[in-house]
Write a protein that binds this ligand. Structure first.
Ligand code: FAD
Ligand code: NAP
Length: 530
């Protein structure tokens, strides 16, 4: 093997790439990770905006592959902030000595498969080539920043910050007039912080969003002790729930409860806080009338929090609750009671333009000194299609996916032998507590590589028919209930020109994990080894 030739080349050093490197080393394979950033952490390396933190409790949003690791690490808060999650990723990289096999500041621009040698050649921005027998895109499903198409964006004279590309040094908004475009999770987390610092904050809202309070607090040492004493039981319980969260899901219909019982169940979840809000009843995502009851509960909370009735109404979401990813907030709605915060509704008429000194909407130019773009990601497919990936044949992946992607289990694609994706389209990924789901994907991929190694196979490839059936199943699941009724990044609606296709798998963690196990038990059903 030449110096830049490896058994496995992994792109991305977030939680997925880091754990995969650890796993394939254990197989005795020579591996290299190529990472665009200058350190590990992925999401938690890039998204450094004020207020960034996890929305799954830290005791659950953490690795479980090594009990010593999960016992020795202590989180400071119920939902830990970005710097602490990044510190955790760095700790993991040191604990398992990962950095020595990672090339940082290396963005991969293309990857081509050579049929004769059954090898992939990856090319990075600086032209360097890296060859791998296996190639894994651990590039994340929320990692390709989405810039809005607004006239004059480049003409703005002050600093522009995208939440997903936030500077490493502190941005000080003191005394400034700031404009924020977007009201998704990133905006909802950052707006209260920016408002506390800025002289004036103007928020441009296209779609109002539901947010459930985090009720964040320092992690109670007694609770930490209790969880750590029974960690594996909690992890096992989480794997039996649709979202991979240790939350009790009530299966009953909301219509079978009296209004008093409905209120009590929602209030209980509201007071507990966080993403488990929708676990109150079993049919909230199945029919409009059930969903309306949950949505009205949250709207009433917004009206009770926001002093100005007109602003409160603008902040009340009109769409299905849960069809866009729920947000988890700390003082988001309360922020609109501040004198220095203004909300501009651009739902009916889009922002007209960004000018050198402001944002123009409804014919009025709002003067700003700094611009914050919180417009999210080209989710699930963006990080894959932004690389020119060519498998068997010459048609690049982006071209094949122009009318929507397709994948077997979110892990592999026909015509792309020896290529795996972690949390690709068709994986439960974003509908779950992602770290445990990433671990499951990585374990599955590493076991598959181990199987090929043991049996002397040179190639692994998803069968076209298995991929077709899985993808059709994912689309059928997307049609059940209310998930696809609303425009969202789940269906690619947030990116201009992107095909409208239901991107994740919506069958729940237990069904997905079981399917992956069955595939292995049936001799890697749906895969061909050569
Ligand atoms: P990432 O962390 O996205 O890492 C992918 C890496 O690949 C990046 O470092 C990137 O630089 C690199 N990369 C991409 N393309 C290339 C290329 N062409 N060449 C070289 N390198 C490349 N999930 C939860 O379950 N709970 C949460 O609380 C939660 N909070 C989140 C908060 C934010 C702000 C965001 C954006 C996402 C959040 N998520 C959360 C989802 C989160 O993305 C995952 O939980 C997880 O961190 C993803 O890990 P990953 O390794 O798969 O991908
Ligand atoms: P997002 O949810 O896609 O939100 C983007 C926002 O920008 C939306 O409000 C969108 O409006 C708005 N927008 C886009 N283009 C616009 C335009 N041209 N004009 C006006 N508004 C525009 O992105 P995100 O907030 O970065 O979150 C993405 C995902 O990352 C989340 O859903 C979550 O999974 C994860 N995340 C998690 C956390 C956490 O709490 N731990 C924090 C951040 C992110 P429309 O709704 O109308 O499109």
């Amino acid at each position: 093997m030449s110096e830049r030739e490896y058994d496995v080349v992994i792109v991305g050093a977030g939680f997925a790439g880091m754990y995969l490197l650890h796993r394939v080393r254990k197989l005795g394979m020579r591996a290299r990770v190529l990472e665009a950033g200058s350190d590990v952490g992925g999401t938690w390396y890039w998204n450094r905006y004020p207020g960034a933190r996890c929305d799954v409790e830290s005791m659950q949003y953490s690795y479980q592959f090594d009990d010593d690791l999960q016992q020795e690490w202590s989180w400071s808060e119920r939902y830990s902030p970005q710097p602490e999650i990044l510190k955790y990723a760095q700790h993991v990289s040191e604990r398992y000595d990962l950095r020595r096999d990672i090339d940082f500041n290396t963005r991969v621009t293309s990857a081509a498969y050579d049929e004769d040698s059954a090898r992939w050649t990856l090319t990075s921005e600086d032209g360097e080539k890296t060859v791998g027998h296996y190639f894994v895109m651990a590039t994340g499903c929320l990692s390709a920043p989405n810039w809005p198409k607004i006239d004059g964006l480049d003409s703005f004279g002050g600093p522009t910050y995208h939440t997903a590309l936030w500077p490493h040094e502190k941005v000080d908004f003191t005394g400034q007039r700031v404009g924020v475009i977007g009201t998704g999770s990133s905006a909802i987390q950052s707006i209260p912080h920016i408002a506390r610092e800025a002289k004036h904050l103007t928020v441009f809202q296209r779609t109002a969003n539901y947010a459930i309070p985090a009720h964040n607090a320092p992690l109670d040492p007694e609770r930490e002790r209790e969880i750590k004493a029974h960690y594996s039981e909690m992890r096992a319980r989480a794997k039996t729930t649709p979202g991979g969260l240790d939350v009790v899901y009530n299966q009953d219909s909301v219509h079978d409860a009296s209004s008093k019982e409905q209120f009590a169940a929602f209030e209980h979840n509201w007071q507990r806080g966080g993403l488990g809000f929708m676990s109150a009843f079993g049919d909230l995502m199945m029919e409009q009338s059930a969903n309306d009851i949950a949505a009205n509960f949250v709207r009433d909370k917004i009206r009770a929090t926001v002093n100005d009735p007109a602003t409160a109404e603008t902040l009340c979401p009109k769409n299905i609750i849960g069809a866009k990813r729920l947000c988890v907030d700390i003082d988001y709605f309360q922020t609109y009671n501040r004198e220095n915060v203004e909300l501009i509704d651009v739902s009916e008429k889009p922002i007209e333009a960004i000018t050198p000194s402001g944002i123009r909407a409804h014919g009025i130019e709002h003067q700003i000194d700094a611009l914050v773009i919180a417009t999210g990601f080209d989710a699930m497919t963006g990080a894959l299609t932004r690389v020119d990936i060519r498998g068997r044949g010459t048609v690049p992946l982006a071209e094949r996916w122009k009318d929507g992607p397709s994948s077997y289990l979110g892990l592999a694609m026909h015509d792309f032998p020896n290529l795996f994706t972690v949390t690709g389209p068709g994986s439960p990924s974003v509908f779950s507590n992602m770290l445990p789901t990433i671990e499951q994907h990585v374990d599955w991929i590493a076991d598959c590589l181990g199987h090929a190694q043991k049996n002397g196979y040179k190639t692994i490839e998803a069968d076209a028919e298995a991929e077709r059936v899985w993808w059709a199943h994912c689309q059928d699941l997307g049609k059940i209930g209310l998930k696809t009724v609303t425009d969202s990044w789940y269906v690619g609606a947030n990116v201009a020109g992107k095909a409208r296709v239901f991107l994740p798998y919506f069958g729940g963690i237990p069904a997905y994990f079981k399917k992956c196990e069955e595939v292995v038990e049936n001799g890697y059903e749906g895969f061909s080894f050569g």
